[in-house]
Ligand binder design. Structure first.
Ligand code: C2E
Ligand code: CA
Ligand code: CA
Ligand code: CA
Length: 280
């Protein structure tokens, strides 16, 4: 009995290794994280490479626990996927991000400002997922066209036929679909052609040496060209240097995000960042 309550009995088994103890401890705390208000979102601006305008932000979840400190999503999201808590967490992320974006739209007068929300494969497979999306939109009054869901290529290709049905349903709703970390997984052009995606997010591994390595530059160029041919928008992730931004402009990439533009910030800081930009 790996899941469920069965493992509680083993809690004091001396043979249990430290790693497992740590996970059990984390799981216990994570179960209370939402009600204890320990989860919060950071937002990273996604910027038009040519005009510098903020067209959207990506919501990135954070967890601060009094005992564990700040836990990275790379650490607790996989655990939440294993235990099923991801559904509750994902629902909270969707609702919070949509509500926040609607508020920014009101404050800035930019009713096109979009929000990118990461969705894990497990979350996406849940039968209630589309209803969760609809509910978040309804509660926040955000237009479906302002919501973009990020899925990795790997998670889209898992259970391809059920994934396709869900993606089609979301597309009919008017929600955007972005392929996250594009190029890092099992890129197959055959599947890419079939996926109802609207956006490609180029994995930061290719952006890292874009300005210093000819092969990486050729790959980024090819992805952008292919994206345009397929009618997809392209976003470069992990832009850390201004030289990379210049190269992206030359290559006609539409959008970029990364530390060189702006790190992930809490909501209040984003509001200040956006108004500061508008006044420039
Ligand atoms: P991701 O979706 O690929 O998110 C991008 C990660 O790169 C973020 O890490 C972000 O803080 C970081 N980053 C942004 N700009 C730069 C840069 O210029 N250079 C470098 N080196 N890194 C940059 P973070 O916030 O720790 O998130 C890690 C991963 O956790 C995300 O990768 C995503 O897969 C997952 N994640 C985050 N929030 C959520 C969520 O709400 N739901 C789900 N299911 N997964 C999430
Ligand atoms: Ca992402
Ligand atoms: Ca990514
Ligand atoms: Ca990732």
């Amino acid at each position: 009995a790996k899941k469920g309550g069965g493992n509680r009995v083993e809690r004091y088994c001396p043979e249990m290794n430290a790693e497992m103890m740590h996970r059990l401890e984390m799981d216990g705390y994570l179960r209370k994280a939402i009600e204890e208000n320990e989860l919060f979102l950071c937002y990273q601006p996604i910027v038009d490479v040519h005009t510098g305008a903020v067209i959207a932000t990506e919501a990135l979840v954070r967890w601060r626990n009094p005992k564990l400190g700040l836990v990275r999503p790379d650490e607790f999201i996989p655990l939440a996927e294993e235990t099923g808590l991801i559904h509750e967490i994902g629902r909270w992320v969707l609702q919070t991000a949509c509500r926040q974006t609607k508020q920014w739209q009101r404050e800035t007068g930019n009713d096109k400002l979009a929000i990118f929300v990461n969705v894990s494969a497990v979350q996406f497979q849940h039968e209630r997922f589309v209803d969760d999306v609809k509910q978040a939109l309804k509660q926040s009054n955000l237009l479906p066209s302002c919501l973009r869901l990020e899925l990795t290529e790997h998670s889209m290709l898992r259970h391809l036929s059920s994934t396709m049905r869900t993606l089609d349903e979301l597309k009919r709703l008017g929600v955007g679909i972005a392929v996250d970390d594009f190029g890092s997984g099992y890129s197959s052009f055959h599947y890419l052609k079939q996926l109802p995606a609207t956006i490609l997010k180029i994995d930061r591994a290719f952006i890292e040496r874009l300005h210093t390595n000819a092969s990486d530059a050729a790959i980024v160029k090819a992805i952008i060209t292919m994206g345009r041919g397929l009618g997809l928008e392209t976003i470069a992730e992990g832009v850390e240097a201004l030289e990379q931004l210049e190269r992206l402009r030359d290559l006609q990439c539409s959008y970029a995000q990364g530390y060189a533009l702006c790190p992930p910030l809490v909501a209040e800081e984003i509001a200040a960042y956006m108004t500061g930009r508008q006044m420039n």
